[in-house]
Design a protein around this ligand. Sequence first.
Ligand SMILES: Nc1ncnc2c1ncn2[C@@H]1O[C@H](COP(=O)(O)OP(=O)(O)OP(=O)(O)O)[C@@H](O)[C@H]1O
Ligand code: SF4
Ligand SMILES: [Mg+2]
Length: 364
Amino acid sequence: MNLEKKTMEEKVQEQRNADRGKTIEVNDLYVTYNVRKKRKKAKNQAGDDECVHAVNGVTMDIRTGEILAVVGESGCGKTTLGKAILNIIRSSSGTIKYHGQDLSKLSGSQLQSLRQKMQLIFQDPYESLDPRQSVYKALEEPLDIHRKDMSPEQKKERIYKYLEAVGLHPAETMAQRYPHHLSGGQRQRLSIAATMILEPDFVVADEPVSMLDVSIRAEILKLMLDLQKGTDLTYMFITHDLSLAWLIADRIAVFYLGKLVEIGQADDVVHRCMHPYSQALVSVIPKIREEADEDKGHVLRGETPSPMSIPSGCCFHTRCWLYQEKGCPEVCRQKEPALVTVGGDHQAACHFAGPEEKGGDLHG
Ligand SMILES: Nc1ncnc2c1ncn2[C@@H]1O[C@H](COP(=O)(O)OP(=O)(O)OP(=O)(O)O)[C@@H](O)[C@H]1O
Ligand code: SF4
Ligand SMILES: [Mg+2]
């Protein structure tokens, strides 16, 4: 993909961003879906719901002005986490703060006014676009809902400004079109314009290019990065593609079965990864594997366990190559590893992660 990794100048800017504070703080967040309710056999018998443990005790922050990539296999809870942070779905427990405000303590009207500041870019632009609405209407609608203070002329000016900003020009012509007149790339540009028109400061981009042709992915990513330049816009960028995450993100958070297993600067997580799961993901990226001095190929074996029955101890132990190499230590089966600092701005959740690699004390 023709997209350059960041220059030193951009990295200095990132560092400034890192010092700017936290847009989102997530603390011990759980999200559970109840999926099946068996018919109660007797009147007083308890209901028998099955629970999908989609997000399991996640604590992390998202720093103002950064791109935090959230990476992991299908079903590991990336979308659920993004939607819970945006308050689109209800969390089971834990807290989410936006610029220090606990979302659970806000009133309905306060949440409504926050909604324009926290937006979602969908994977499939069709999901967010009404086929019966013209391009103009698609952009006017969010303004009608959230910016009742704007006059029709102000709205028109802003709609044309954002059509140009996302490369849908000439704006006057594009405004009259309908989604079915647009190519996949143009539809995603429109959906990005509909997100950005409210000038949010936090955007969850859920696999925003995975449904597009490879040839136009870089253009859309570049557009998202251009819209961020010179602003405090913060992205949570969801992807299952670790190499893409490395290319565009400041930091990467790796998830497995709804748990955060590693988080740190993108270069650290990819080139100096500490968690055996991240190491397995990295080892299948050809370019990075070529750059490595030694062959660190670690194949992931077996199926991901069901999120309805998460393995005891370290949830990764059923597939962990290091667990096998270490002779199946009891601590991995019995004790959940905490997320610990393994260097600088880098954390991992493995009993054997970190420079000392001592392994956990089962009773500690
Ligand atoms: N509405 C729902 N009801 C029940 N289970 C759900 C629901 N939405 C998601 N799940 C389940 O929760 C788990 C996490 O799903 P989620 O969509 O958050 O994962 P994901 O990492 O975004 O996956 P993908 O990469 O495929 O998009 C999965 O097991 C999924 O089947
Ligand atoms: S704690 Fe044990 S099972 Fe879990 S990742 Fe580390 S070595 Fe593997
Ligand atoms: Mg998803």
